[in-house]
Design a protein around this ligand. Structure first.
Ligand code: NAD
Length: 269
């Protein structure tokens, strides 16, 4: 029982944090050893189960990542970019597997995470669901099979609280499409047209973000040519798909050598 990996959840009061606390607490493959929130949060010091409005879980919410990570074999982190970069260094020092679901990371943030991955296992993915990771493979294949007569547009929809756009998943899909075409996404990315944009440029990959209500996460990859269109679609209706993937990644990472991995590695795809 006690040799089950101990897991810390960051951003415990967040939409994903709550889901992850529940998933870890009810898992028979790992145990909850910590719950982290930002300094000043009103959950600090309270039992996390209690704070969530359920039964006590015997874990007090803390704002001290060093103390929390010292007891952990894995840190599951769906928080915010600045926090995630700090946690990558601290989790590596504690030799804990760091599972990163946070999106909106800059190139400099990813460089910092890469440096931490020299010392510990990091699994990072803009989407932890099995379905979306399969969709990235399909997108790469379809993009490789079709030429630039097919315009690629990625259309995503999320709840009204989401702070970054396009979504991490949309960017994953864009990267997959660009890889399939053998081009660099940075050279062909065209985000959110508005005004007198001129005609669409051949070979561009377009991104469009819809925000509203409680949409968990929808992604369409459209391949549109003269006379025919193909759409690849994923629709998440429950955040538990992301939590399930994150837990799987935390357990998968336990016996791996240090490095920066993604969900395709975890899922063996
Ligand atoms: P949210 O705003 O509901 O939760 C984020 C939580 O992180 C908040 O409770 C906030 O207080 C906490 N936080 C911020 N700074 C912190 C710090 N320094 N220390 C500890 N906690 C801190 O957001 P959410 O909807 O749960 O999403 C969180 C992140 O996960 C976003 O970047 C989102 O895009 C991403 N996400 C990824 C996936 C995936 O599969 N990869 C799925 C869903 C969401």
């Amino acid at each position: 029982m006690t040799d089950m990996p101990g897991i810390v959840i960051t951003g415990a009061s967040g939409r994903m944090g709550r889901m992850l606390v529940q998933s870890v607490a009810s898992s028979d493959a790992c145990r909850l050893v910590g719950a982290l929130e930002r300094p000043g949060h009103d959950w600090i010091g309270r039992d996390v189960g209690d704070a969530m409005g359920g039964a006590a879980l015997g874990v007090a919410v803390t704002d001290d990542p060093v103390a929390a990570f010292a007891q952990a074999q894995a840190v599951i982190d769906f928080s915010a970019p600045a926090a995630t970069v700090q946690f990558a260094g601290l989790a590596a020092q504690a030799r804990a597997v760091h599972v990163i679901g946070t999106t909106g990371l800059s190139a400099a943030d990813i460089d910092a995470i890469d440096r931490a991955a020299h010392h510990a296992v990091i699994v990072r993915a803009g989407n932890m669901s099995l379905g979306v990771n399969l969709l990235t493979l399909l997108t790469r294949k379809v993009a490789a099979a079709l030429d630039a007569d097919f315009d690629i547009e990625i259309i995503e929809a999320h709840h009204r609280h989401k702070v970054d756009a396009p979504s991490g998943t949309a960017l994953m899909l864009g990267e997959a499409a660009a890889q399939g075409r053998g081009v660099d996404l940075a050279d062909v990315r065209d985000s959110g047209r508005d005004g007198m944009t001129g005609a669409r440029k051949r070979g561009d990959i377009g991104f469009h973000a819809v925000r509203g209500g409680d949409i968990v996460g929808d992604h369409d990859v459209l391949f549109a040519a003269d006379g025919e269109q193909i759409t690849l679609r994923h629709r998440a209706t429950d955040r538990s798909v992301f939590a399930r993937g994150a837990l799987k990644a935390a357990l998968w990472g336990q016996d791996k050598t240090p490095g920066h991995y993604d969900m395709l590695n975890v899922l063996g795809l």
